[in-house]
Design a protein around this ligand. Structure first.
Ligand code: SF4
Length: 84
């Protein structure tokens, strides 16, 4: 299980500094940061520490198995970001 970022993300990028495994992208240094509609967590890299949740001012991050019913699709959306 990994954590998942949903569409209320406003790309403030505070979670990036909180993540010990660099599992969140795009970073501010990556070209995709400007065009991405939100940030995404790589489920292969996430260590399930939960550190990003506390940093998120928009409450956009959930454990995959606690996603709200209307946000279920974001587990796949986060994973798919890393397949392209
Ligand atoms: S739960 Fe921890 S390892 Fe996973 S994305 Fe958040 S800060 Fe990074």
């Amino acid at each position: 299980m990994a954590y998942v970022i949903t569409d209320s993300c406003v790309k403030d990028a505070l979670c990036l500094d909180a993540c010990p495994s660099e599992a969140i992208h795009p970073t501010k240094d990556e070209p995709a940061f400007e065009t991405a509609t939100q940030l995404y967590i790589n489920p292969e890299e996430c260590m399930d520490c939960g550190g990003c949740v506390a940093e998120c001012p928009t409450n956009s991050i959930f454990p995959a198995d606690e996603l709200p019913a209307d946000k279920q699709e974001f587990a796949a959306k986060n994973a798919n970001y890393y397949k392209s």
